[in-house]
Design a protein around this ligand. Structure first.
Ligand SMILES: Cc1ncc(C[n+]2csc(CCOP(=O)(O)OP(=O)(O)O)c2C)c(N)n1
Length: 365
């Protein structure tokens, strides 16, 4: 399906504007949305997107919210106590990752298996959109009718490959800045055997797995935005270890409140590194909202003891040389461009194997 034709179809039923958090299934659609200058809003979490949609619906619009099925969990609270309670319509575009019987990343499997049941539990009717299936026109008129008659959301559950492929947004890669791996190579030099390394979902965690041989690493596949909270728990229980958190701007923004929690409890062993490429690189380089803001300043006013902004691996090297003597928690904001190795692998270990190895490491060091 061509993104342009898809949008024309849903706009013919008066659905707009668009808001949400990306999934790679939507890359062609979101790229087209960006280029076309249509009214669309990048949100920091799917729950927030539901709130925004609620405001549009209160004002008489039929908003469209796009999300990965992994992000449906974030949307559930406003769905239950905003959209369904007040009867506020919306068209939900939910990607279907972790399709039963198909191979996909481990974090998608449970949501993939249960997304239809979740929608049924909430009495949200839906249509599955799949490559080669010509059911968009009827799905759109059903969605419109449902929104008009019931005033509540309707969902399209969209399979991988439904939208025709398009180039990912290359703009984000054209800059003089370095890429994450240049910094991981510096980090490698300074690591101690007892250090803990936690990586956020997407390319950051996968790179941590591929490039850093270290017994104390743990890749948080899924649970986007929870890295600093998990890191806080590990830091509070393992005060003799340095806890390196390798985060992304999109992930920090998704649960920015946790900066306040980390800053408030302030364990003296957290080194929070945020790779800010101003995009959701892992899902196709869609812009995040970090462009206009300074996450280091936010960390500072959230109670981090030290914040540093850098944009070269040499500066990072200097930060790491002095890090033991620097007050912590420390937040290191690194401005990078996006870019990773072609075919970056996913960790071969299952999540449970990762957890077991990590627990053994924590007990033994
Ligand atoms: C709750 C939730 N919403 C959306 C996704 C899809 N997703 C996976 S990685 C990612 C981008 C992460 O962005 P950022 O932290 O900036 O790291 P980058 O990809 O730029 O390295 C997104 C949106 C997800 N895994 N979970």
């Amino acid at each position: 399906m061509e993104p342009k034709a898809f949008l024309e179809q849903i706009e013919s039923a008066s659905f707009s504007p668009y808001m949400g958090v990306p999934c790679s299934v939507f890359t062609p659609l979101l790229n087209y949305l960006n280029e076309s200058g249509k009214e669309s809003y990048a949100c920091t979490s799917e729950g927030e997107a539901m709130g925004l949609a609620g405001g549009f619906a209160l004002s008489g619009k039929l908003p469209v919210v796009y999300m990965q099925n992994d992000g449906y969990g974030n949307a559930v609270n406003p769905l239950s106590s905003l959209q369904l309670l007040y009867k506020l319509p919306a068209l939900l575009l939910i990607s279907w990752r972790g399709l039963p019987g198909k191979k996909d990343a481990a974090q998608h499997m449970l949501m993939g298996e249960t997304i239809e049941r979740f929608l049924k539990l909430f009495s949200i009717p839906y249509t599955v959109l799949d490559e080669g299936k010509d059911n968009l026109e009827s799905a759109v008129s059903e969605a419109k009718k449902h929104c008009q008659d019931n005033g509540t959301p309707y969902a399209f559950v969209i399979k991988k490959g439904y939208f025709s492929k398009s180039e990912k947004n290359k703009e984000a890669e054209n800059s003089d800045l370095n890429i994450r791996v240049d910094y991981l190579n510096k980090l490698k030099i300074h690591l101690k055997e007892s250090d803990v390394l936690l990586g956020t979902t997407g390319f950051t965690g996968r790179e941590l797995y591929s490039y850093l041989e270290h017994p104390g690493k743990f890749y948080m596949t899924g649970s986007m935005g929870c890295l600093s909270s998990v890191g806080l728990g590990v830091a509070l229980e393992n005060r003799d270890k340095r806890i390196f958190l390798l985060d992304g701007d999109g992930s920090v923004l998704m649960k920015m409140g946790s900066l306040v929690t980390v800053g408030s409890y302030s364990p003296e062993n957290i080194i929070h590194i945020c790779f800010d490429n101003q995009v959701y690189e892992s899902t196709g380089n869609q812009p995040t909202l970090s462009k206009g803001i300074n996450l280091a300043e936010i960390a500072k006013s959230s109670g981090y003891k030290e914040t540093i902004e850098i944009d070269s691996p040499e500066q990072f090297n200097e930060v790491l040389k002095k890090v033991d003597k620097t007050a912590k928690p420390i937040f290191v904001l690194i401005r990078i461009k996006s870019g990773t190795m072609e075919g970056l692998p996913r960790p071969a270990d299952t999540p449970e194997e990762m957890k077991n190895k990590f627990s053994v490491f924590l007990k033994g060091n």
